[in-house]
Design a binder for this molecule. Structure first.
Ligand SMILES: Nc1ncnc2c1ncn2[C@@H]1O[C@H](COP(=O)(O)OP(=O)(O)OP(=O)(O)O)[C@@H](O)[C@H]1O
Length: 260
């Protein structure tokens, strides 16, 4: 479990996160939503130890985040950041192998090679392994990065959870690959030792796939819980300043949101 207790993060007088408390359970899809500038990426950076909060604590398993060295953390926690740009003519498999850097010192071993191959197969990029990464389309590059971050935590670690943190993973993906990616994440979540936290903008995808939604607005938690608990007319109006039209599909046990 990944837990966040009373996190406040400020820059000067500006409060970017205001007393945020939540938990992210293993084996579940935890999604963070909220309008532009709400503080989602700031929270992700705090979760990843990139930013030090003024107050509060983040705990991975039983251990406070600050007690992990960067290398210890890199072996159990993988992060897909926004706007990754590599300006080197690397082959696709070399980009994926970057995910394994925390696990070897000079040369990758058989286990590292296997992790990359399996992650590339899983995310459907194995046939691009020898291509120049820079010649790929935006969506293809994004799928290569999925394989890279997955390869980093491909194998279970003794007595510890593995953590996958995804900041806007659906950027660049067409609707087919958005759904495919969500299904792939659900498949990875069969591993009960995996904690997944993702930031998304698409409320319908969040409604369909999330086990837990955290709705952030102006640095504060506006709501958290299941789709039905969080995606209410009142919450959506407050966060997005839009009046949603919510349709329940009883047979499919699904809800759909429309906006005018
Ligand atoms: N270094 C900084 N200095 C000043 N303000 C900052 C800094 N970093 C972020 N902010 C501000 O903090 C707020 C939250 O930013 P953050 O990137 O966390 O939002 P977000 O919810 O991820 O937004 P988006 O959906 O647009 O990506 C924004 O108003 C942003 O301009």
């Amino acid at each position: 479990m990944l837990s966040v207790q009373n996190i406040t993060y400020k820059i000067g007088n500006k409060v970017l996160l205001d007393d945020v408390t939540t938990t992210f359970e293993p084996g579940k899809l935890n999604l963070i939503i909220g309008p532009n500038g709400a503080g989602k990426s700031t929270l992700v950076k705090v979760l990843c130890k990139q930013l030090q909060p003024a107050q509060g604590a983040v705990t991975y398993g039983q251990k406070p985040l600050q007690d992990y060295t960067d290398l210890e953390l890199a072996k159990i926690r993988s992060v897909l950041s926004q706007n990754i740009d590599l300006a080197f003519p690397l082959k696709v498999w070399e980009v994926v192998m970057m995910g394994r850097y925390p696990h070897f010192s000079s040369k990758p071993d058989q286990k590292d090679n296997m992790a990359c191959e399996e992650a590339m197969r899983f995310f459907d990029v194995l046939d691009m392994a020898d291509r120049n990464y820079m010649t790929l389309s935006g969506g293809e590059k994004q799928r290569v990065h999925f394989a890279r971050v997955a390869s980093q935590i491909w194998y279970p670690v003794n007595d510890q959870y593995r953590y996958l943190i995804l900041d806007e993973p659906l950027t660049f993906l067409d609707v087919h690959y958005q759904f495919q990616f969500m299904h792939q994440i659900m498949e990875l979540l069969q591993h009960q030792d995996l904690v997944v936290v993702g930031v998304v903008h698409d409320l319908n995808l969040a409604a369909k796939f999330a086990d837990k939604i955290l709705l952030i607005n102006q640095g504060k938690v506006l709501a958290q819980g299941t789709s039905r608990e969080v995606l209410t007319t009142e919450n959506i109006k407050a966060a997005y300043r839009l009046n949603p039209f919510i349709v329940e599909h009883k047979e499919k046990e699904a809800m759909y949101l429309f906006f005018e």
